[in-house]
Design a protein. Structure first.
Lengths: 194, 160
């Protein structure tokens, strides 16, 4: 099951989760590759087309009782901000994901973390997204989706999660376990509402 | 905290969707119901107004009075923004790494504060008897020791 806001993100995430190329998906669905590519880059498509593309990846659409973006949608926003070298806005997108997760409870919170996000182009942020989802799901004993424990979402050399050069380094006790385990030294306080 | 105020009045800045709010007239649900109608129309979450701030003692109330500047007043909607000095004091109080650091950096520049002592003095004006926490001091020192920060431009008049 894949639940994200934009259908292009939805199709791309579903395709990648099954390790299919665009060419293979085109072959499976009978939709030409240029259309698959156009759609994944954001061109609007009819519901029937989206459904066909998802069928080709073995997925289907469900409605969830929330308007909040999931981790996969947040990762798209984070990637765009990082590409524009705007780490402050990338952090705001991560904080928004944190707010979304904590606002929902039980299965709905789990659904927001279900779909594997695409890489952001920065391994620290990829690990941070996994850590945040694991942290918030663990708080309610919600089973973790497999992707949050992928080895490529753990840094071999731990780093301090710095958004501004003046950010101080945390002590171990300041860092949520899920972040520390993935080598991302981020303050729990960064995610706290005051 | 204060993200919308900073983005509307003081500098270019991303924000999260929720808006911290105080209930001016507790018991009256009409503004909350109206906010929910706006949310449905715009596809937002119905709980975009966050009342948590009422419990967190965020607005300074015991010391120097917070000055409010009106930046919009039309059709019964008034938007007032706290002074940059009050925003700086609130951000120094929160001092969440990553989340508040850039705001503190830009507000220090806007308020023309260039030493730790001046930052501490301003803080105590708004929160009498309180001193900056070691983490807030660390952040201020790191900002002042680094490359100078140019005071940011205001985004200009808002257009609703």
């Amino acid at each position: 099951m894949v639940i994200v806001a934009a259908s292009s993100t939805l199709v791309r995430a579903a395709r990648r989760s099954r390790n299919l190329t665009q060419a293979r998906l085109a072959e499976l669905t009978g939709i030409d590759q240029a259309s698959v590519s156009h759609h994944e880059r954001g061109r609007d498509a009819a519901y029937s087309t989206v459904d066909r593309l998802l069928a080709g990846t073995g997925h289907r659409l469900y409605a969830a009782p929330t308007r909040r973006d999931d981790a996969a949608s947040s990762a798209v926003a984070i990637r765009e901000h990082l590409r524009a070298r705007d780490t402050d806005r990338a952090l705001r997108a991560l904080l928004q994901l944190n707010d979304n997760l904590t606002a929902e409870h039980g299965l709905v919170r789990g659904i927001l973390g279900l779909t594997e996000p695409e890489n952001t182009g920065d391994r620290v942020w990829d690990a941070a997204i996994a850590a945040l989802v694991a942290w918030r799901l663990n708080q309610e004993d919600i089973p973790l989706p497999g992707w949050v424990n992928n080895p490529d979402r753990t840094l071999t050399v731990p780093v301090v999660f710095r958004v501004d050069p003046a950010d101080p380094a945390p002590e171990r006790d300041d860092v949520p376990v899920e972040f520390a385990e993935r080598g991302v030294f981020a303050w729990a306080d960064t995610f706290a509402s005051v | 905290m204060g993200g919308a105020a900073l983005a509307l009045r003081y500098f270019d800045r991303g924000t999260t969707q929720d808006l911290d709010v105080l209930h001016v007239n507790p018991g009256s649900d009409e503004p909350v119901a109206a906010a929910e109608r706006v949310a449905y129309k715009r596809g937002w979450d119905a709980k975009w107004l966050n009342f948590e701030v009422t419990k967190a003692d965020a607005l300074p109330t015991l010391g120097r009075a917070v000055e409010w500047e009106t930046i919009h007043d039309a059709d019964g909607i008034v938007i007032e923004v706290a002074s940059k000095e009050a925003m700086l004091a609130m951000k120094l109080r929160a001092n969440r790494p990553g989340r508040d650091t850039r705001d503190i950096r830009l507000l220090l520049a806007l308020c023309d504060v260039h030493t730790l002592e001046d930052a501490g003095e301003l803080y105590e004006q708004f929160y009498p008897g309180d001193v900056l926490t070691p983490r807030a001091e660390k952040i201020v020192n790191a900002i002042l020791d680094g490359e100078p920060t140019v005071a940011p431009h205001s985004p200009g008049p808002i257009n609703i």
